[in-house]
Every structure is written in C-alpha cells, then in structure tokens.
Design a protein around this ligand. Structure first.
Ligand code: NAD
Length: 517
C-alpha cells in the first residue's frame, strides 16, 4: 500500500457532509481491519530506514511538508470549512498551527533526542562508559476527533515522525478530509512511506489499537477508557487526551473588558468544540452583574454562520446533529431547572447551528455544569469569593485546563496552584496550547500522560535504551565471572564492602559471613 493512499474499503463507504448546510462533500472508505494490518506491516518495514535518517534527516522532510502546507493553504482551508462548517478565520488557524509545530519540533528534535552520557555511580559500573539513548516505537497509531481535522493530527504525527516512528493516522469519520490531504502532501513531497492515513469508523480505530506499538488517542473519555483497556491487554503504551469541563474564575479586581472578551472567545471559539473550551464561569459576587451584562452584550452581537473568503462570521456550525442535540439538551435541562438563557438558547434554522448562549442562575446539579457540553454555551455562576470559586472549579471529574481572570497576578498564580487541572492560563484562554515548550495534558478523567510539549512531547514516542561498554583496557574476565573460588570470593567481598560502606568502621571490618565466590 502506497503511503498516504486509501486502500480498498472493508465495510463500505462513509459520506462526509458539510454540517452548515448538509450537502454531501465527499465519500471515503471505511477501512477494514485487514487493511489496517497490511498498512502497519508496510509502515514497519519502512520505519527502519526512517529511524536511520536521524533527527536532521527526518527534520528535512517535515520542513518540506511545512512548505507544502503553506503552498496549499487556501485549498486546505476550503477543505476544512467544507467538512466542519467553521468560519474562515477559525479554519485558517489549523495549517498555521501545523507549521508552527513542525518548526518547533524540527528545530529541537536533535537536542531533545540526543544521547545522554550517564556518570557511573558505584563499584559495579565505574569501569564502564554508560549511554542512555532514545529509540522510537516502530509504529505509532494516532486516532483523532472531529473538532480540528488538521491541527489535531498535526499535534501528534509531527513529534512522532520526528522521533523516528512510522505513523498510521485514523481520523474521525465525521471529518476525515483534511487528514487525507495531509497524506497527499506527504506523498507529493516524495517523503519515505512512513506516514499513512486510513479513514474509517470506530472499528477501524480499534484495529489500529490492535496493531500498533504505541497509541496516541484524542477524543471522548468513554472511547479513551476502552482504548486504555485494550492497550493494557496488549501491553502497549497509550497516551490519552480526553474530555474537559474547563472552569474560568473571575475575581473582583479583574479587567472586566478583557475577562469578557477572553471568556467569550474561550467559550465560543470553534463553536465551543474545543477540549479546553471555557465551559463554566465563576464570578465574584461584587462584579457578577456587570460581568454578565457585558458578556451578554458581546455574545449577542456575534455573527453566526460559515463564510467563504470574507472573514465575516464569528461562530460556526456544530460538527454533527448529535452534537447540536446534546447542546440543546444541556440548555433545556438548565432552563427546566431554573436557569435563564439571557442570549441565545436555541438551535439555528439551518444545518447544525446552535445560537451562542449565556446561561445564568445555574448550579452544580445541572448537566451544563457537570457534563462536557462541547458547544457554544457559557454558564455563569455567582460565587461569594475566590475560595468558593476554587472549590466549585475543582468539583468536577475533569481536569484539563482552567483560567483565572484577575488584577493581581501574584494572587492569580496562587489560585492557579490550587486548581486541579493540567494547565492554568491567567488572563488568557488556550495560551498554554500555543506555548509548545509547555505540556498539554489532562488530569483526572481528562487524560493519561501529556500530549505534547517540550522534550517530553517527542521523547514519549521513544523507548529508553541503555548501552554500556568498557572504559579503557579490559581484563580477560570480570571479577564476578566464573569460576567462583574462595580467594576471589573473599577479595570481591572485601572490595565491595570498602566501596559501598559509608563509614570507616564498616569499611574495614570483616563481613559477618565471608563470601565464597
Ligand atoms: P470519540 O471518542 O467519539 O471519537 C474519537 C476517535 O476515536 C474517532 O476517530 C473515532 O472513530 C475513534 N474511535 C471510536 N471508537 C473507537 C474504538 N473503540 N477504538 C479506537 N478508536 C475508536 O470523540 P469525538 O466525538 O470524535 O470527539 C469529541 C471528544 O474529543 C470530546 O469529548 C472532546 O473533549 C475530546 N477532545 C479532547 C481533546 C484534548 O486534547 N483533550 C481535543 C479534542 C477533543
């Protein structure tokens, strides 16, 4: 099978629709487990040469891919919009982020993957040269969701390829087209056949988990848990980026203009379909009413729809009808239980749109606060003080990220250190995601391991290998080797004692029982 091609289908085809208007955009194969097995076999064969290229040789190919992404940017944005119904401005971020990821990991791969010389620590290793090296998992399986069809795969495949692994990507069946384009790009630049994309549904994903040496998964907590169980049965490692219910805390001394603008964007960007979307807001009582008034004015003024080249809309469609219905259920549950939608609150007339919504008078018994919504809703809770805000923010099964909006940054940092979340951004949303040296990983039900970030982001796709070799001239036999004799036994015993004891008395006294090697 050719790198990046779509092999013969196993279970029929998958229709890809544009959620903004329901039109059929493309049809892709639902690949069988046999195709997955065969693809992994091919990738495994070619990975050996890919690893041998070393970080510099691999970085060269990734930089060519970056140039291809830039040369094809317009087309990629069109494809992204066609399968997601996003505004142009939001689709345009994805190729740019992929290029930034390539630059960061390609520029640093050599340093991040460099061998480490380890100092011998004691008697049995002092005559050795010790090396710690990082060798890739041969085939990494990457399984991604539908919210960022290009950026999500890019976050994983770029560091994995640079680590020296071959990569099989199984994109979401809802939005597979940008991933197919990525594979086309890899093939167009003439890169070694170590990156393949296989479209398909959950069964195809499960076959990937059954075939690869490392699984990188992004998606729902329920699927992540099933993958972790299967990976444990196979004894292969997995790294999971799962759901979230990110809190925002607004303190009384916050710059309310910035807090409102940041929370509106952090809650509604990509129609709220971001793992790190702001999904609940806790505002100190003294500024609650003013904050809500300004938030409602801003959210109510946003333009909904998808657009062509004009950058004329702000909030796009939801990815599927099921996702729109889930958002509607959360809003209806809140309103039925006493909450009010001060703006928005209902589905749009066409496609899968749901109006950007601000909910007040919400509490922790409601689905909109307890469950992941993944939609354009911002529920706001009035709190007495920062302590109550921290307690409620931590009252969640999720722990992906959080934001704190405050005037005093020292206080903001103090609150950040009390929040149970993998990242906390002060006076900003998503900023840790764009700081590629920092880890992006969820706590509690939000994940296992960190997705990317700094050296660990590339080393996670490698296994540590220890290499030892003699330093200087060597004897015919090591002291511990056969044959064991009384003289050598006593000699080795005394020598070890002298070297391991930490006080003169024990160093010089004889052992209670003599060794007999
Ligand atoms: P999903 O779990 O339904 O599907 C994700 C992927 O897993 C898809 O490609 C799907 O085909 C595949 N899959 C389904 N069953 C599988 C199985 N048994 N074995 C292997 N693969 C299988 O998630 P979704 O609905 O596509 O995405 C939305 C979810 O993703 C949300 O919960 C969101 O929070 C989460 N998400 C998390 C992050 C993060 O970085 N933490 C980022 C984006 C999305």
């Amino acid at each position: 099978m050719r790198s990046g091609s779509m092999a013969e289908t196993g279970y029929g085809d998958i229709d890809v629709h544009c959620p903004a208007d329901g039109r059929l955009v493309a049809r892709v194969p639902d690949n069988s487990s046999e195709t997955v097995i065969e693809t992994v076999r091919c990738l495994r064969t070619h990975q050996v040469e890919w690893e041998a290229l070393g970080p510099k040789g691999r970085a060269k190919w990734l930089r060519k891919l970056r140039d291809w992404l830039l040369d094809n940017e317009r087309h990629l944005i069109d494809v992204l919009q066609s399968e997601t119904g996003k505004p142009r401005a939001e689709a345009a971020i994805e190729p740019a982020l992929a290029c930034d990821l390539i630059n960061y990991f390609a520029d640093n791969a050599g340093t991040f993957l460099a061998d480490e010389r380890v100092k011998p620590h004691g008697p049995l290793s002092m005559t050795k040269r010790l090396i710690k090296t990082a060798r890739p998992y041969p085939v990494v399986g990457v399984i991604t969701p539908w919210n960022f069809p290009l950026a999500m795969p890019a976050m994983d495949i770029i560091p994995a390829l640079l680590a020296g692994a071959a990569v099989l990507l199984k994109p979401s069946e809802v939005t597979p087209l940008a991933a197919v384009e990525l594979a086309r790009g890899w093939s167009d630049i003439g890169a070694p056949p170590v990156f393949s994309v296989l479209t398909g549904r959950g069964n195809t994903g499960a076959a990937v988990v059954d075939s690869v040496d490392f699984v990188q998964f992004t998606g729902s907590t329920a699927t992540g848990r099933a993958i972790a169980v299967r990976a444990a049965e196979r004894l292969v490692p997995c790294s999971l980026e799962l759901g979230g219910k990110d809190p925002a805390i607004v303190l009384a001394d916050a710059d309310l203009d910035r807090a409102v603008a940041g929370i509106a964007w952090g809650g509604l960007f990509n129609a709220g379909q971001v793992c790190v979307s702001i999904e609940r807001v806790y505002v100190e009582a003294s500024v609650h009413d003013e904050f809500v008034a300004r938030l409602v004015a801003l959210v109510g003024s946003l333009r909904q729809g998808t657009d062509d080249d004009g950058y004329r809309t702000d909030v796009g469609a939801l990815a599927t009808e099921a996702q729109r219905d889930l958002v509607a259920r959360h809003v209806a549950d809140a309103v039925d239980s006493g909450a009010t939608a001060l703006t928005g609150g209902k589905a749009g007339n066409t496609g899968t749109f749901f109006e950007p919504t601000v909910l007040v008078d919400v509490n922790h018994s409601m689905a909109c606060i307890r469950e992941e919504t993944f939609g354009p809703t911002i529920p706001v809770v009035k709190v007495a003080d920062a302590d109550e805000a921290v307690r409620l923010a931590n009252d969640s099964e999720y722990g992906l990220s959080a934001t704190v909006w405050c005037g005093n940054r020292t206080r903001g940092e103090e609150i950040a250190r009390r929040l149970d979340a993998g990242a906390v951004n002060i006076n900003d949303a998503f900023s840790n995601l764009f700081a590629l040296g920092l880890p992006h990983g969820g706590w509690k039900q939000s994940g296992l391991g960190a997705r990317f970030g700094g050296e660990d982001g590339i080393r996670k796709y490698t296994r540590q290998q220890a290499i030892t070799m003699p330093r200087g001239p060597v004897m015919k036999r090591e002291l511990l080797w056969y044959p064991y004799t009384p003289f050598r036994g006593r000699f080795v015993g005394r020598l070890l004692r002298v070297l391991v004891a930490r006080d003169p008395h024990r160093r010089l006294s004889a052992s209670s029982r003599s060794n007999s090697l």
